[in-house]
Write a protein that binds this ligand. Structure first.
Ligand SMILES: [Ca+2]
Length: 106
C-alpha cells in the first residue's frame, strides 16, 4: 500500500520523468513521488530547482525496496523552474534525466 493512495488523485499530473527505470512524478497540488526501481545501490531522487534558485532533493527513502516515497513540496508548483530525476553515484557525478522545465501556473 502506497502512502500516496487517495491524495494523488485529487490533483492533476504536471510531469512524469524517468531516468532509466527510476521515476518521479509531480502533481499540481505540490505532491511528488519518487520511485527507485533499480536495485543497483544508487539511490534515486527528484531534484527540484525554483525560480529563486533554491534547490532540493527528494529521495526514495527505502531505495529500491518495494514502494515509493511521497512528499509535499516546500515550494508552490508555479515557483518551480525545473526538475529532473537522478541517481546518486558515489565519487562521480550523479546520473540525471534531462531537465524538465515547469511552466505550470506561470
Ligand atoms: Ca523504493
Amino acid at each position: 500500500m502506497s502512502a500516496s493512495t487517495g491524495t494523488a488523485h485529487a490533483s492533476t499530473l504536471v510531469v512524469f520523468v524517468k531516468q532509466g527505470s527510476d521515476s518521479g512524478e509531480l502533481r499540481s497540488n505540490g505532491w511528488i513521488e519518487v520511485c527507485d526501481k533499480e536495485a543497483d545501490g544508487h539511490g534515486a531522487y527528484m531534484y527540484l530547482n525554483t525560480e529563486t534558485g533554491e534547490d532540493r532533493k527528494h529521495f526514495d527513502r527505502n531505495g529500491s525496496a518495494a514502494g515509493c516515497s511521497s512528499d509535499f513540496l516546500y515550494a508552490d508548483v508555479p515557483g518551480l523552474e525545473y526538475i529532473k530525476v537522478c541517481e546518486q553515484i558515489n565519487n562521480a557525478p550523479d546520473k540525471c534525466s534531462d531537465r524538465v522545465n515547469i511552466s505550470y501556473g506561470d
